[in-house]
Design a protein around this ligand. Structure first.
Ligand SMILES: Cc1cc2nc3c(=O)[nH]c(=O)nc-3n(C[C@H](O)[C@H](O)[C@H](O)COP(=O)(O)OP(=O)(O)OC[C@H]3O[C@@H](n4cnc5c(N)ncnc54)[C@H](O)[C@@H]3O)c2cc1C
Length: 500
């Protein structure tokens, strides 16, 4: 039993997690990753003397008050890491010239909202009450839902029951719909412009509850440093990581996954195969769509995904010292709308990383702008490499010009510029349509419990953001852990963990 082998496809957070817990539990694991380093979407890259933080705004479970903290500890990701906790979630400048601050402290936020919009007294009270309620809810994560016995189900039900009404209420209303209830034009503008408008209000209530409790913060060092800590933990546990190893097929005998075939033609056998790579590629390419049912097909036909992004990174020879920072940055209206990748942009969100000195040389700052975009647009553009490159350059020019109006003089201080597109995300991580976080959280996807197995295929499991609607780092790590719990149960041995 101790010698059973596991192949993990993909070395993102989910794959690394599956690898680490596999090693902790006596499996011989190997991770096959197509890229030249681990991390997947949770990555950073270097340009000149800057480090571009490619993922984390907020890490949920960054302090011991959260039950997810223990998982980051087991994965060796959090030890010794300095975490920044923000007083502000967002600074929002309205078109009417007024400013709204989404404070992370609920009392401060309530006071501020009341000062701004007394006419929305009742709605603000309701919103704040919602945030407070969700500071008390802790979802159990210790055990894989697939292993729940009736008693576990009952315990969960009893835990959730007091919140059932309030969850039902807030999950049904999207940010966009909630916004329409405000009489105050600024608050209306805030709630209809931030995050993704289809996302249920429940999401923002939970996020504010977490930031209020200071259990979601930003890990200094950025995304790749975070992933690399887990990669180190995996190697220390004796795991084998294969870089530059793109898996093209999962080989099946008698409906059992038995091996993988790499692009170079080599085959590697194992007792179990876990795919922590993109869901669409796994199901429809690596397995040729042979192990699907109507439900799975409907996911990939009908469910909305987190849109792919245009990611503009700038290195600026300015410290922005003393400028208050916030978790998601500054959102401001443009004097004149600009057209970016075929879409009109009237506002801009910018995150000035003056709180992480590791990302830029002393006295300088890394800045990023994220713009949701359209995969089909970029796919077609990419067919003509010159046009594709020219469009990226144009976007960088436009963003610098816009920022220069908001921060006069900034343009001449820009010394690094880098634009990643949905094609970049697809190219480096294989994610379907370049999505940056998998299935979008909506009232419909919130309730979905996707299976970690495929119908008719044994010895095979999936982990990662494509089986966890809403995506993100904690679900990725938890799903990798869950799959190993399932294997342990199958092999009739206790699931064990260690903390380095
Ligand atoms: C700009 C941005 C901001 C974000 N902000 C946050 C945040 O603040 N908080 C948060 O929690 N989450 C955030 N996320 C989301 C989070 O980064 C992802 O949800 C998470 O990293 C997904 O992990 P994963 O392991 O499931 O998938 P991935 O990271 O996609 O990992 C899959 C891995 O599989 C590899 N792979 C794919 N195909 C193959 C193949 N054929 N052979 C071998 N290997 C293959 C890929 O190279 C990749 O390494 C953000 C993401 C982005 C892009």
């Amino acid at each position: 039993m101790a010698d059973k082998s596991v192949i993990v496809i993909g070395g993102g957070i989910a794959g690394l997690s599956a690898g680490c817990y596999g090693q902790m539990n006596g499996y011989r694991t190997q991770i096959f990753e197509m890229h030249d380093h681990a991390g997947g979407l949770c990555t950073s890259w270097r340009r000149n003397s800057y480090t571009i933080n490619g993922s984390i705004h907020l890490l949920v479970g960054s302090s011991p008050g959260s039950n997810i903290y223990r998982i980051w500890e087991e994965l060796g990701a959090i030890q010794g890491r300095r975490i920044v906790y923000f007083e502000k979630y967002l600074r929002f400048e309205g078109t009417d010239g007024r400013t709204f601050i989404l404070y992370t402290n609920i009392d401060r936020l309530e006071e501020h909202m009341m000062e701004l919009a007394r006419e929305d007294y009742k709605l603000i009270k309701e919103f704040i009450k919602g945030v407070r309620i969700f500071t008390r809810l802790k979802m159990p994560i210790e055990k894989a839902p697939e292993l729940y016995r009736p008693i576990d189900g009952l315990k969960l039900l009893l835990k959730i029951l007091p919140y059932a009404g309030v969850i039902r209420k807030w999950v049904r209303i999207s940010m966009r719909d909630f916004a329409t209830h405000f009489k105050n034009p600024l608050l209306n503008e805030v709630f209809s412009s931030i995050w993704f408008p289809e996302v249920p209000m429940l999401f923002i209530l939970i996020m504010l509850g977490l930031t209020h409790q200071k259990i979601a913060g930003y890990p200094v060092g950025g995304s790749l440093a975070f992933s690399q800590a887990i990669e180190r933990r995996y190697l220390d546990l004796g795991g084998e990581f294969h870089y530059h190893s793109r898996v093209s097929k999962i080989l099946v005998e008698n409906n059992h996954a038995v091996a993988i075939k790499l692009e170079d033609g080599s085959e590697h056998r194992a007792d179990f195969v876990i795919s922590a790579a993109d869901g669409y590629t796994t199901i429809f390419d690596m397995l040729d769509g042979k192990y699907v049912n109507k439900t799975i097909r409907s996911y990939y036909k009908e469910l909305p995904i987190f849109p792919p992004l245009i990611h503009v990174a700038l290195g600026v020879n300015h410290s922005f010292e003393g400028m208050p920072s916030s978790a998601t940055g500054l959102n401001f209206p443009l004097e004149e709308p600009v057209t970016i990748a075929g879409k009109e942009l009237k506002r801009l969100g910018v995150r000035i990383h003056n709180f992480d000195p590791t990302l830029a040389p002393s006295g300088k700052t890394f800045i990023r702008i994220i713009i949701p975009s359209d995969y089909a647009y970029w796919k077609s553009l990419r067919e003509d490499l010159n046009r594709y490159r020219a469009e990226k350059e144009q976007i960088a020019d436009q963003m610098i010009a816009v920022l220069d109006r908001r921060f006069p003089g900034l343009a001449r201080l820009v010394e690094m510029r880098d634009v990643a597109t949905p094609i970049t995300y697809y190219h480096y991580t294989g994610n379907w349509q370049g999505s940056h976080e998998g299935w979008l959280l909506t009232p419909q996807t919130w309730r979905l419990r996707m299976k970690k197995t495929l119908p008719g295929l044994d010895n095979f499991y999936m982990a990662g953001q494509w089986i966890e609607p809403g995506g993100g780092l904690p679900p990725a790590a938890i799903s990798g852990r869950n799959v190993i719990q399932i294997l342990c149960k199958r092999d009739k041995k206790p699931f064990v963990t260690t903390v380095p």
